[in-house]
Write a protein that binds this ligand. Structure first.
Ligand code: AMP
Length: 629
């Protein structure tokens, strides 16, 4: 079948199309209705059907490949490597599930997972899925305030964490940050389950903190049956940044997500049982959920969990993993490839990469230079794919499992099946002509696997995502884009104040709020500025309560370091701005709205655009002057 026909079928007959795809997973109870869209924009998939993500990822493979590798945990930081077969993973997940049940976790309860990239993190996610608990994984790079906000929103009964992670040869403490977060949060989790890696000392809080290794010993023979869940039960919450200081809890279902992953693993990632998949992301991001933990396992593949950087002990480390484990499909981000490009290509050539069939890149725009370089070095197709935490799987890519259509440099591909994508003129709400810039929007229903709602806030879901166009209720991706005459899309940056640093999505508002908590700051604007390596970096412009404090360059430097330390402590180093400039005034409209776009344009050496509404044009001169210091 041509891809065009496959795509058309998915849009015109979603019921029959997704009924067919649902056969890729196992159901305990058949569904009675494929799609319920009686309350748009909410969509319910596979109503009445009962299944389980953990069953499909682990148990289902036991009859045919119990002894085949399932989870390969590699840390080039602690120099450890361990492969768990499907049978061993099954045992470990049941042990973890038994511990959780013992600690009082019940179906529907939230479990917050704040973990480095260790096997136990995957056990915890799968254990939650097994017993019907809702996991909320928080990226390890986030610090206490980010964590506290998420604890207060998700209200977990249990937190699973560890003493520390390790990066670049240094231990990165987790437990002290978690303790601080719990001290800050209004909601107090009843129990904290701790994996002790002996990287840092831990102070146990009596009555709350429990040791994983000790409890695991008590549950070595645990048998925890799968809890069958209605397809629309909540599988997990994953927080993501938007325009406000409060991250949104993206809520996902069980059945639709399982089908979307099985389907995308087949048609887009073309993975087969028995092969090895290597996604270099982190479980704290959506790629880690979909394509480190659940997707590959649901497809019967071995999946690699990697703790470390792409360049330690040297820039050949990922390729040595590809050789050793015969990786067939690899998934990474453009920033990582740009980092590797700075190192001698011999490090890649040393290894036998003949197992590798394709490299998938996502999370940020893929520039042509990076794409062409890695394609010629690896000699395999480079498949860009565009999606979001909200969608859970690619909106745009090339479904090579259906038809091996050509890729186009600079384009993440064409619309994936199930996604009725349009480029909409923001002002008129009309569909844009080919090559005309507009907002990337999707006509409902969103396909299976996409977010159900914002956790605990249906209204915010409708208001944020589905209320941006006057004439029609469409889902907004908040990305600018164009579609060419052949249906290839090009993504041109966010329409909102979200920035993308090395593929990590950050809200400028969150960073501004953190900087504002420094006692000397009276006002601040944070913008994303183009960066050759990371795509974008955050740059802050702050007004001091006492400007004389930054009167000399030395004094300004000290203050800048202090402000950065505040962000590090509250949000994590991932959100730290690359520079904090002190200015006397910020450009605003006469109604007081910050002109972030104008600041960004100046930082990137572009024209600041239409400034008819600006209150005081000299503020822009001051931004320019600050950049020279
Ligand atoms: P996240 O939710 O963290 O995955 O971030 C999603 C955002 O990252 C999108 O809305 C885009 O702005 C950006 N993004 C993701 N993938 C791509 C891609 N392949 N090309 C361009 N931008 C991308």
């Amino acid at each position: 079948m041509s891809y065009a026909a496959f795509y058309q079928e998915s849009i015109q007959h979603p019921d029959t199309f997704w009924d067919g795809e649902a056969k890729l997973i196992d159901w305990h109870t058949p569904y009675t209705q494929v799609l319920d869209q009686s309350r748009p924009p909410f969509a319910k998939w596979y109503v009445g059907g009962e299944t389980n993500l953990c069953y499909n990822a682990v148990d289902r493979w036991l009859p045919t490949q119990a002894d085949k590798p399932a989870l390969i945990a590699i840390s080039t930081e602690t120099n450890t490597e361990k492969t768990y077969s499907f049978a061993e993973l099954h045992l470990e997940v049941q042990r973890m599930a038994a511990i959780m049940l013992d600690l009082g976790v019940k179906q529907g309860d939230r479990v917050l997972i704040y973990m480095p990239m260790v096997a136990e993190a995957a056990f915890a996610m799968l254990a939650c899925a097994r017993i019907g608990a809702v996991h909320s994984v928080v990226f390890g790079g986030f610090a206490s305030k980010s964590l506290a906000t998420r604890i207060d929103d998700a209200k977990p009964v249990l937190v699973v964490s560890a003493d520390a992670g390790m990066r670049g040869g240094k231990a990165v403490p987790y437990k002290p940050l978690l303790d601080e977060a719990i001290a800050l949060s209004a909601h107090k989790p009843e129990k904290v389950l701790l994996v002790n890696r002996a990287l840092d000392t831990m102070q146990f809080v009596a009555g709350r903190d429990v040791d994983y290794a000790a409890l695991r010993e008590q549950h070595l023979d645990a048998q925890v049956p799968v809890t069958w869940l209605e397809s629309n039960a909540i599988s997990y919450i994953l927080y993501t940044s938007g325009t406000t200081g409060n991250p949104k809890g993206v809520q996902r279902d069980v059945g639709g997500y399982a089908v979307a992953l099985a389907s995308s693993m087949k048609h887009i990632f073309c993975g087969n049982p028995g092969e090895t998949y290597f996604a270099t992301s982190d479980i704290g991001w959506v790629v880690g959920h979909s394509y480190i933990v659940y997707g590959p396992l649901i497809a019967g593949m071995a999946t690699i969990m990697y703790e470390g950087t792409p360049i330690r002990p040297d820039a050949g480390v990922w390729w040595s993993i590809v050789e050793k484990y015969k990786v067939t499909r690899m998934f990474s981000a453009p920033t990582a490839i740009r980092v590797l490009k700075k190192h001698p290509p011999e490090l890649m050539k040393k290894y036998d990469l003949s197992s590798l069939k394709a490299l998938y890149l996502a999370g940020e725009p893929l520039d042509e230079t990076t794409s062409s370089w890695i394609a010629s070095e690896l000699g395999v197709p480079i498949i860009d794919n565009y999606w979001q935490t909200e969608t859970g799987w690619p909106i745009m890519s090339i479904a090579r499992g259906i038809e091996d259509k050509a890729t186009r440099l600079g384009s993440p591909g064409i619309a994936m099946y199930g996604y009725n994508v349009s480029i909409i003129n923001e002002a008129t709400g009309a569909e844009c002509a080919p090559n005309e810039k507009g907002v990337v929007a999707i006509r409902g229903p969103l396909p299976p696997g996409c977010m159900q709602t914002v956790y605990g806030d249906d209204q915010r879901f409708v208001q944020t995502y589905w209320s941006n166009f006057a004439h029609e209720q469409l889902y907004s991706t908040f990305d600018w884009g164009i579609k060419d005459a052949d249906g290839y899309y090009f993504i041109l940056g966010r329409t909102d104040d979200v920035i993308n640093v090395a593929g990590h999505r950050l809200g400028t508002r969150e960073i501004e709020e953190s900087i504002s908590s420094h006692p000397q700051i009276s006002e601040v604007a944070v913008v994303g500025v183009e960066d050759k390596l990371k795509g974008q970096v955050a740059v802050a412009f702050a007004i001091l309560k006492h400007p004389e404090l930054a009167a000399t360059p030395e004094a300004a430097k000290i203050l800048e370091a202090e402000v950065m330390a505040v962000v590090d402590k509250q949000l994590g180093a991932v959100a730290r701005p690359s520079r904090v400039h002190f200015v006397p005034m910020l450009p605003k409209t006469r109604s007081g709205k910050l002109l972030r776009r104008a600041i960004q344009a100046i930082c990137e050496g572009r024209d600041a655009g239409d400034l008819t509404t600006i209150e005081d044009p000299t503020s822009l001169q001051q931004i320019k002057a600050a950049l020279v210091v």
